[in-house]
Design a binder for this molecule. Sequence first.
Ligand SMILES: Cc1cc2nc3c(=O)[nH]c(=O)nc-3n(C[C@H](O)[C@H](O)[C@H](O)COP(=O)(O)OP(=O)(O)OC[C@H]3O[C@@H](n4cnc5c(N)ncnc54)[C@H](O)[C@@H]3O)c2cc1C
Length: 438
Amino acid sequence: MAKTTVEREATRTAGGERPASGEAAASGEVREVKRTTCCVVGGGPGGAVLALLLARKGVDVTLLEAHPDFDREFRGDTLHPSVMEIMDQLGLAGRLLELRHSKASSFTLQTADGPFTPADFSRLKTKFPYITIMPQTSFLEFIVREAKKYPSFRLVMGARVRELVEEDGAVRGVRYEDEGGRHEVRAALTVGADGRGSRMRRLAGIEPIKTSPPMDVLWFKLPREPGDAEGLVGRFGRGHIAVMLDRDDHWQAGYVIPKGSFPELRHEGIGELRRQFAELIPEFSGRVEYLTDWRRVSLLSVESSRCPTWHRPGLLLIGDAAHVMSPVAGVGINYAVQDAVAAANILAKPLRESQERLVNLDERYLAAVQRRRELPTRIIQAVQAQVQRGVLAPALRSSEPFSPPLLLRLLPKIPVLRDLPGHLIGYGVWPSRVKYPA
Ligand SMILES: Cc1cc2nc3c(=O)[nH]c(=O)nc-3n(C[C@H](O)[C@H](O)[C@H](O)COP(=O)(O)OP(=O)(O)OC[C@H]3O[C@@H](n4cnc5c(N)ncnc54)[C@H](O)[C@@H]3O)c2cc1C
């Protein structure tokens, strides 16, 4: 394959410090141009794991993360068995589990008919038959610490990507801003791993197909007290659902409300939220006083979407940027990490070739990543939609105490079916395995 303008530019500016694009040079705004083979935008679970996997295969990779650190708003702390197995394949599970975490070997809901366990992970045939609950910050810091051991890895924190660098109809990198000004990174491949509101997706003109699940979630913290349970707590009440995640020094509470009903609740006042929550989980009634005003509560407008295409020449979307998952069963991190593994399996070799011979990456490889991950995503989104329609929507509409539908109640009693939910949540469909294990 012939060298393109980009590669010639890249050769000229490799490690260089001056703008390569005519436009940027003319504007005089871009302070620095760097060359890499793969530029990953977004240091969430998907982007960070992809960067690590590529770096360990000798691919030059630059990870750009908008935040100055990994300590940010709660976005889920669950590492499913499939993610732990990936960590194990990389030889990292042992050290990861040395970090503070708790384990949930099942998910039990308190319902009108008593405790109900729709998903039990303890029977999964794995070294990790549980959900590992670990602050996402710890997980991301750990992954990035590992990636830094490879000389081909470069991390820029506080790098807010603003524009794509495009040439001849292909993406050739990005321009970002940080405290030092505007910079350009040129790459054979740019990966948008920048989450549910992906700017990369928008800049690439890729429009996701959205569905609107019937609920929104209010998230807030409540103090933990000695003697509290560990792991996950779920409660269904009259028209209300709560999920509580043990975050060691506090509980992260998710209060599920019917879609669009937040303005009305807000109008009724924070006292009404306190009252409803205390009614649902009476043992927390003494702690809801902590909710003194709405600033302590954040609204997650629940959505679910999937892009019809995950790529353009020179650009690939993974994780939430390609598909936002409904919070049902909390599989977003799991799927983002599995996308990263599939992408690294398919792309590491062609990217190394591209790096060595200074040629562009064939878009067919990007299409192969989408083919590998789209079906598992579609299937799990269909299951989530079914749970939303068949269980959550009726539960949120009802003024009666919640009782699980018959089929759901029978599931744990039928030996061939009882492990299905745990398996589906723990692994997803067609889970990714690291092609080049440690
Ligand atoms: C409140 C909440 C609770 C959740 N709970 C769970 C849960 O319990 N379990 C679960 O599995 N999933 C949960 N999720 C979903 C989960 O957080 C996502 O599915 C998962 O984080 C997706 O990973 P990602 O790497 O694709 O994107 P993200 O984790 O969203 O990471 C994207 C990264 O890109 C960065 N970025 C964005 N724009 C730019 C830019 N222009 N330039 C540079 N960087 C940029 C962001 O700062 C961010 O670090 C929850 C989500 C929310 C919002």
